[in-house]
Design a protein around this ligand. Structure first.
Ligand code: GTP
Ligand code: MG
Length: 370
């Protein structure tokens, strides 16, 4: 392997020189700013591996992954140094992105089994709704460090990717023991139906003592919807119009194994409603919150919900309307942004049949379908 340092006024410039000298098969080892307007890129050419450059980015696939020491083959930007102004960082990031795009292009256009498999897996993940940047991070981090033989073995790489995703997602069943769980989320997403499903499962199948509370301060019909479900299932249902009433309902049902609180769907753009909702968390520290989101929503609106509900102590997410979409990527994209475990998955209107408790195996099957 022949290694050489290239310098230039920008990373892009240095890359052009690398491409001219080493061709498309260059392996980028590192990149850093070495002075005002001067960048250094270390590149290598491996004549044995010609056409099979495997490039890895240092960016962790999932937020929260611990920082590691640089490994050979990694692209790493040195953001330390004296000029640490925001502009310098932005420039560095832009150049890093250009570098990453170039690396990805080199990887997918080099016409060898590794790049062919990479491109195939990449389009598979993105066709399933997984964010392109997330898909690239997952793939780059999985391909990195693999030998030529493994990196061109489709079934081996698939299992590696599944394993990588499996290790980084989390699930929880907030009703596995006793507790009070409030369901929050955008309007019409399926909160009340999810509560009805859970109430039927826990009261009828698991024989637990339950109570339902409707905390919808402005819709009579919403309380009636929950009351009807409560009656059908045979569990007491209360209506609380304000925080004081909610506190007294909770006190009245403190003997119950499980209390489920239904809330009105709130648009994250309505600050007044969001403030009112956040007030629930002050009533009792024992109330846990489940954010209900629809898998058929656009990524941006899911992200808005995650950010909007970040002011509340949400500790798990449920996904509904899974039956209405043929892609599952939004679940992974949202999980990665929210960094919260998934609890329930709803795929239809039937109570309680169309609800399951999330498992990591089930989720990985959603994300990588074969
Ligand atoms: N296809 C499908 N429909 C669902 C699912 N979950 C709920 N629904 C339907 O979606 C509609 C709205 O459900 P609700 O449970 O009332 O929704 P909500 O979040 O409580 O609505 P608001 O209280 O108005 O915010 C109903 O017709 C449900 O039957 C699901 O997983 N799949
Ligand atoms: Mg409702």
């Amino acid at each position: 392997m022949h290694i050489k340092r290239f310098t230039g006024p920008s990373v892009k410039d240095a890359l052009k020189r690398i491409k001219a000298e080493f061709g498309e098969d260059a392996l980028i080892l590192s990149t850093k700013k070495i002075g005002q307007g001067l960048h250094e890129v270390v590149a290598a050419i491996d004549h044995d591996l010609k056409g099979e450059a495997i490039i890895a980015l240092d960016t962790p696939v999932f937020a929260g992954a611990p920082a590691r020491a640089a490994a050979p083959g990694e692209v790493r930007a040195d953001l330390s140094g004296k000029a640490r102004g925001l502009d310098a960082v932005k420039t560095e990031l832009r150049e890093l992105k250009e570098l990453k795009d170039l690396c990805l292009r080199m990887l997918s256009e080099s016409g060898n089994p590794v790049s062919g498999l990479y491109a195939k897996l990449s389009s598979e993940l993105t066709a399933n709704g997984i964010d392109k940047r997330l898909a690239d991070k997952i793939l780059l981090n999985t391909f990195k460090g693999m030998g030529k033989k493994e990196a061109s073995d489709a079934s081996f790489m698939r299992s590696q990717i599944r394993g990588r995703i499996f290790d980084r997602i989390s699930v929880v069943d907030p009703l596995s023991g006793k507790g009070v769980l409030a369901f929050v989320g955008p309007p019409g997403v399926g909160k009340t139906t999810t509560i009805a499903k859970l109430a039927a499962i826990h009261a009828l199948r698991k024989k637990k003592k339950l109570a339902l509370i409707s905390y919808d301060t402005y819709r009579i019909a919403a309380a009636e919807q929950l009351r009807l479900y409560g009656k059908l299932i045979g569990v007491p249902t209360e209506v609380a119009k304000d925080a004081r009433e909610l506190a007294s309902c909770l006190s009245m049902h403190r003997d119950k194994d499980i209390v489920l609180i239904d809330t009105a769907g709130r648009s994250v753009k309505n600050r007044e409603h969001m403030g009112e909702l956040a007030g629930i968390s002050r009533i009792s520290p024992h109330i846990r919150f489940n954010l209900v989101l629809g898998n058929d929503a656009r990524d941006e609106s899911l992200y808005d919900c995650v950010r909007g509900y970040a002011s509340m102590p949400v500790d798990s997410i449920s996904f509904t309307r899974i039956d209405l979409s043929s892609v599952y990527g939004p679940i992974l994209n949202t999980m990665m942004l929210a960094r919260k475990p998934v609890s329930y998955l709803a795929a239809g209107q039937r109570v309680p049949e169309d609800l399951e408790t999330a498992t990591k195996e089930r989720l990985v099957n959603f994300f990588m379908q074969n």
